[in-house]
Ligand binder design. Sequence first.
Ligand code: AHM
Ligand code: MG
Length: 332
Amino acid sequence: MNDKLALPVGTTLDRFIMRKQEDFPFASGELSQLLRDIALAAKIVNREINRAGLLDISGAFGQQNVQGEEQQKLDVIANIRFIRALRNGGEVCTIISEEEEDLIQTGNKKGRYIVAMDPLDGSSNIDVNVSIGTIFSIYRRCSEVGTDGTMEDCLQAGTQQIAAGYVVYGSSTMLVYTTGNGVNGFTYEPSLGEFFLSHPNIKTPQTGNIYSCNEGGSNSFPEGIKNYINYCKENNYSGRYIGSLVADFHRNLLKGGIYIYPPTAKAPNGKLRLLYEANSLAFIVEQAGGKATNGTQRIMEIEPTELHQRCPLIIGSTEMVDKVEGFLRAEV
Ligand code: AHM
Ligand code: MG
């Protein structure tokens, strides 16, 4: 990042986005507006989450999402809020959401962007007051402006992302995003209703001593992963697993560590979704100096074939991800 782009801690997200925009005088400003729309939806969802206990709106809604998992009420609310914000903003022609089987046309045929999102990830944690998150990726459409977005627009490889980010609703709420020029994190100040730059130019440590995976499924992990986990134990690493991808990823990004969701007997392609979980976090981790792979291939180079496709995910500090790949290679 050059100095011109460095803004002081405490800068509001709006000002930050505006100042970045000034560095690109020929850009239309639509991406800046889109990022603001996402931040607005995040504030609304944050409010809903904070009210969830009080208003008793958490708990099962009696529907299942496209993966056959029970949808929580807050998932539904977050989905509606994000879609509404993106539709009202006008920059997005088509949305892919974890909560909806088909792509969603916003009706904004002039919109130049596609958004892929998991509006509320970590749904099993909603009822128990544990951190949850929103994950998003932004792509430029390849189809002609003036029409609905197409499946081809939606099935672009992660390398084509022009922005990606997440919101973690935790002990404080943070929005972390990249537009391909480093990663910046903003902390929400609820009494002012603003996100403030708190983590400028995030760089993840090259190595660490935290490993995060659901070891309950380890009997059916690939041998290379089992061996890596043994290696972590032999070296007294810390096992940390919240079961909320955003929260696990965020901790490891700041402290150094690795998150692993391998293929298992229950989930032969892993559990996580390529388009709105793996790719988004892969773009962020790479921008922060880390690495993301499915074991054999860079996540962002996987060519998607389906909207809700899953992939194994090994993501975090570069040296740790390299180590896992080494163990996996030794397996064959
Ligand atoms: P979700 O999108 O249905 O919430 O599932 C994704 C979540 C991730 O946040 C988390 O890392 C993972 O599922 C946990 O899965 P498991 O319970 O199998 O460990
Ligand atoms: Mg999810």
